[in-house]
Design a protein around this ligand. Sequence first.
Ligand code: MN
Ligand code: MN
Length: 476
Amino acid sequence: MKTKIRKENLNKKDIYYQRKNGWSVIDEKEKVKVENFSKDYMEFMSVSKTEREFHDNSIKFLEEKGFRKLSDYNNIKAGDRVYVSNYGKTLFAFIIGKKDLKEGMHIVGAHIDSPRIDIKQNPLYENSEIAYLDTHYYGGIKKYQWLTIPLAIHGVIVKKNGEKVNVNIGESESDPVFCITDLLPHLAQSQMKKSLSEAVEGENLDLIIGSVPSKDRDAKEKVKHNILNILKQKYSITEEDFLSAELEVVPALKPREVGLDRSLILAYGHDDKVCGYTALKAFSDINNIPEYTSCLILADKEEIGSYGATGMGSNSFENACSEIVNLYYGDYNEINLKRTLKNSWMLSADVNAVFDPLFPSVSEKKNTAFINYGICVTKYTGARGKSGASDANAEFVAEIRRIFDSNKVIWQTGELGKVDEGGGGTIAHYLARYGMQVIDCGVGLMSMHAPMELASKLDIYMAYKAYFYFYMDKRK
Ligand code: MN
Ligand code: MN
């Protein structure tokens, strides 16, 4: 029999690829879920501005869900829930699955450090009777954006005897805040002629910390002296204690809903805590024993290249997996570790940029993510001819399509900017090194790396849903 496909039988729906605004797709029931999820997210974000805070709050959260630290286990088996902390800044967690561990894990990995301004090791100085803290910015910031906004100081001061003083000043309504000044427009003639990257010097991003002189007649710098007195009295720390401190300056601003329809969230640190939080929630919502072992990575230092012992460029994840392999098989055999990693699937959960109508020239619209169009899947990152990209295999992209479509996850693909406009990277390639399948997949933002970044409630919820169904997937 001869069959002939006639043109009029072809439905446009079947032959065209069409992206849709998520709000026009989801029903009322799901809208309620989006709202509730957003509330929890905003609450978590308001108290998790640094990697240390995010790490600690995640452990609290996981312990409530029955997770225990690795050292509590003598052996591990299907259903066990384990976490491994790496210096209080990076967190790895596992839910052991039904299948043999070396069949691979389903990993979602996000980073929980965000661009900010760090306090230098010997920071305190006085100039013209104003006391300042000297800083060195962390990550790719547009420096001018950080002037004249209220700033908070978070972090730790570790004294010589090991005692740790936790610092969090500027978040409570009764706290003072800090700020960096800018030049008044009246006198900014020559500043305004400079390029944006030169108008504010990195060395000048210094924080005002006080202005009252001490009454001490012998003190040479009286304002600095007064600040040192306050530090001693309130925190029992000395100037020397700054040497062993990690103090991070972040916006002293809480997440807020944006728009009359309240559809968006303005917050500090969406990059990449929005993926960190959605991954954490998805992971901890796995109530039954998953088919494949589920793994959550919340990493530090991504914004400065993943170097150091708490970055994904270190062996810390491999070390944690070695411990898991050891306790699972009863002894350590490197081939089990290698197979576990090689057979794993990973979503590198990091943010991407969405199309901004006010800056259309940097994007190529067909391949740019749009706000409210769901979680963004990025096959490759990199810059200048995909350089530095971990380009996901088409076979793996097809698996992701299957998982998301069969679970009604609203998703889209998106490339970071048009060709040769710039680019970026994620932690994907550190994991791809083990030969596992990895793809980038996260929430699209506007104003990425600004003190307050913008994300869509719907996209955030879809990230949660995407990560959850990825964890639950049985690989056909
Ligand atoms: Mn990121
Ligand atoms: Mn970033």
